[in-house]
Design a protein around this ligand. Structure first.
Ligand code: SOE
Length: 383
């Protein structure tokens, strides 16, 4: 994997977990983490579980024991690394947006097409189409449950830049990121709308704007965090992108990508309206999908919330028992963290066995109360 910031952490987690929950035909091994700063990349490799590190991706691409290159660097290096990797016969997974310009993206797509002829494949990481509720939305549209699609509303709303003193991270610099909200999060909205409706955008009409044009330079940048320097620099990308789009199907859609939607943290939303029904997805509520069935008798219609947590839903069967939501696992990670920290500090982790005993006494008291005809029963009396 080349790169080790926020997306590096996310991809590491994906590589580690996928073969444990899904029966894969091959098991990915997390072999080499690549970054220019030897010390930082070695710390990241220890943290995220990569066996080795390297500071030059070219050396890694040249190795015979490497089959896949995962690219999680800023967009300015995607094209060079991806093309070299494909030419070296490595399969490639590359973060979105694919590149910083159409020219680069076209070179990458050409390289990928040639590689595919040799059985070497490339994929771009539009991850959100694999959130089960989003995938299920696509399934409902494909099954005709929405009928003829009339209209699409897609937005990706964040607010992490509303502070004018937030540092000038790489995502705010055109030469590194290609564009701002448009490419960083608008790309997700475009991919999701096209994926769910099964139709590509044919033409668009839009406006982009930059609200805060100058910010403190970023120091100690890592992932989405950085500290502000006393020097300032120019923001060279958009903060907001608004556009309407005409799909090849003829359907009209509205799109909004912004990092200035105060209070909205990571709201990738998609609403699709059709002759037989409608659906509404919101990443901030990712375990559910709103569905409106316009074929139901008048008076019984209304948006209903489908809990996308059942084995019938895409991807879900491999995870937890029905109803146990994505994110269920995080409670166990937090439990392990708190347990290890407390024990290492020589302190009592909570809840303690004494807390467990108290719950046991409550249970015993309920049984005892029931046996005695529902009499009020003291919890601490339970032996
Ligand atoms: C930051 O805006 C960011 O991390 C994007 O870069 C990701 O693509 C998106 O998934 C979440 O927000």
């Amino acid at each position: 994997m080349v790169g080790y910031g926020f997306m590096g952490a996310a991809h590491s987690q994906g590589w580690r977990v996928a073969p444990r929950f899904f029966d894969l035909p091959a098991t990915p091994t997390m072999d080499i983490l690549v970054g220019r700063n030897a010390e930082a990349v070695s710390a990241a490799a220890d943290k995220w579980g990569w066996a080795e590190t390297a500071t030059d991706w070219r050396e890694v691409i040249a190795r015979d024991d490497v089959d896949v290159i995962d690219i999680v660097t800023p967009g300015d290096s995607h094209a060079e690394i991806a093309i070299a990797a494909l030419e070296a016969g490595k399969h490639v997974l590359c973060e979105k947006p694919l590149a910083n310009s159409v020219e680069e993206a076209r070179l990458m797509a050409d390289a990928a097409a040639h590689a595919a002829e040799r059985g070497v494949y490339a994929m771009v990481g539009f991850t959100y189409r694999r959130v089960p509720a989003a995938t299920f939305a696509r399934d409902l549209v494909a099954a005709g449950r929405l009928g003829e699609i009339y209209q699409v509303r897609a937005s990706y709303l964040q607010d992490w830049l509303i502070d004018p003193e937030a540092p000038l991270a790489w995502r705010l610099q055109k030469h590194l990121a290609g564009s701002g909200a448009l490419g960083d999060i608008g790309a997700h909205a475009v991919d999701l709308a096209q994926y769910v409706t099964g139709s590509s955008l044919a033409s668009v009409s839009g406006t982009i704007d930059t609200i805060i044009r100058e910010r403190p330079l970023a120091e100690n940048a890592h992932g989405l965090s950085a500290t502000a320097s006393t020097e300032r620099g120019e923001v060279t990308v958009d903060d907001i992108a608004l556009f309407t789009g005409r799909f090849e199907s003829g359907v009209l859609g509205s799109f909004e990508a912004t990092r200035f939607s105060t209070g909205r943290k990571n709201a990738l939303r998609l609403e699709v309206s059709g002759s037989k029904g409608a659906l509404s997805f919101d990443l901030e509520n990712l375990n559910s999908l709103e569905f409106y069935d316009a074929t139901l008798p008048a008076g019984t219609q209304g948006f209903s919330t489908i809990q996308v947590t059942e084995p019938e839903h895409p991807y879900i069967a491999a995870w937890w028992p029905a109803g146990h939501t994505l994110g269920y696992e995080h409670g166990f990670a937090h439990q392990a963290k708190d347990f290890v920290e407390a024990v290492a500090a020589g302190s009592q982790p909570t809840p303690s066995f004494a807390d467990g005993l108290q719950v046991q006494q409550v249970l015993a008291a309920v049984e005892s109360s029931s046996d005695s005809g529902s009499a009020w029963t003291n919890v601490t009396d339970q032996k």
